[in-house]
Design a protein around this ligand. Structure first.
Ligand code: G3P
Length: 222
């Protein structure tokens, strides 16, 4: 399973990249303005910097709602770097744009997916990735992982090349469940990535090992 970071925060991306765990980055119109405010950098400057730090796809989202507007914006996003993927919302206009982008060889991630039928439509339009929003489905008392499971099954049935990018993941269990279901990618906030490392028994075990070693190190030192 590939790990993407769902953030535009350059410090978080740099740290995750230094761990050798980062396969890509997703951003959205909530995350990018936070980083613009924090750093004073522009939309384009932030995405350019992210592309330099990450060895994999970097997602930038359009904000237009018409296919024409999305195409104009998406072509500008794609020009930033060859790693750029254009994130497009799951609407009929969005699907028109996805079809055109796929003919132009521009990668797309269809976002705001909440049902298997939406994912199937996006795949038929030629999306490179679909992003089911697991946490937001759970927030409305739905079953986000069931949606991921059905999408994975449908894509397998028809050998569709579109990758399933599980998004809106809120805790480590979400990543494990998405991996068990065969989602291609999990995109997660930095704090969730950090939590994947953690287990209290690891900390207790390490502390004990170091204590035991310390107690005898003078006797056994070469
Ligand atoms: O980037 C889209 C998605 O991952 C957002 O997650 O937690 O805002 O529902 P969340």
């Amino acid at each position: 399973m590939k790990f993407f970071l769902d953030t535009a925060n350059l410090e978080e991306i740099e740290q995750a990249a230094s761990w050798g765990l980062l396969d890509g980055v997703t951003t959205n119109p909530t995350l990018i303005p936070r980083e613009m405010e924090r750093t004073g950098l522009t939309f384009k400057e932030i995405l350019k910097k992210i592309c330099k730090m990450v060895d994999g796809p970097v997602n930038g989202e359009v904000i237009s709602t018409s296919a024409e507007g999305m195409l104009k914006e998406g072509r500008q996003i794609a020009k930033i770097d060859e790693k750029m993927v254009v994130k497009v919302p799951m609407t009929p206009e969005g699907m028109k744009a996805v079809k055109a982008f796929s003919h132009e060889g521009i990668g797309t991630n269809v976002t705001l997916i909440f049902s298997p039928s939406q994912a199937l439509i996006a795949a038929k339009a030629g999306a490179s990735y679909v992003s089911p929003f697991v946490g937001r489905i759970d927030d409305k008392s739905g079953d986000g992982m069931e949606v991921v499971s059905q999408i994975v099954q449908i894509f397998q049935n028809y050998v569709l090349p579109t990758e399933v990018l599980a998004a809106s993941l809120r805790h480590p269990r979400h990543i494990v469940e998405a991996a068990l279901l065969g989602a291609d990618i999990a995109t997660m906030p930095f704090d969730v990535l950090k939590k994947l490392f953690e287990h209290p028994l690891t900390d207790i075990g390490l502390k004990q090992f170091l204590k035991d070693w310390d107690a005898v190190k003078e006797k056994i030192a070469p």
